[in-house]
Ligand binder design. Sequence first.
Ligand code: PEP
Length: 260
Amino acid sequence: MARKIIIAGNWKMHKTNAEARQLANQIKMKATDIRQAGIILCPPFTALAAVYETIKDTGIGLGAQNMFWEKEGAFTGEISAGMIKSAGAGYVIIGHSERRQYFGETDETVNKKIKAALENGLNPIVCVGESLQQREENITREVVTRQIKGALDGLKPADMQHIIVAYEPIWAIGTGKTATPQQAEEVHGQIRTVLTEMFGQEVAEQVIIQYGGSVKPENARELLSQPNIDGALVGGASLKADSFAGIFQTAEQLSVSKKT
Ligand code: PEP
């Protein structure tokens, strides 16, 4: 069975509730003819409920951008998986490089968050990716392998149907520099190999691996046409309905014709 192409928009720390509602509404209008590709919107926590109200009657998914692994308690400022679920979300981005870089997240905390998300019925979008220095040192494969093994440690093959992996080279995030389709495909292939070692081929073949890093309508087709690129995690270009729609409409066209 072909893997679905899924386009997720990471709005980061952008959009008040009114702005989020407006953007979600514009996206909803542009997504009425999307049947095969998947769309997920990841607004800030504060706008989850507002966006949920806007998209609840559509096939568009909703995700948070982070979570804490504990269920509840004295953890001021944190948000649990259950709270995210109760706001209407079905997904959560975990281990984004900005969280690793600015908020001290490690493979170990990413792993705890993934397990808590799964226990609460959320589908994690697990981010991995190397820095520019690591790429120049030729250790991309080692870095990404370590991140995947660390993040998914202890998961069962059956858990993997709920996991989306996002390969996001840090040097391509928000910089306008995109990995070439060949560079991205090479790492996606390596990730699938690691997933095969961990969970077996049948499971690994079904895991959606998104690419993230300056994806826009102009480069989406070439990236999404690669055999192991099954979608995109989009930052900047997800903040405007036109550019985000350009990407998911391309995904829809490719879905009709695509692959394994
Ligand atoms: C991201 O933050 O996940 C991302 C890929 O950002 P951008 O598309 O802006 O590079």
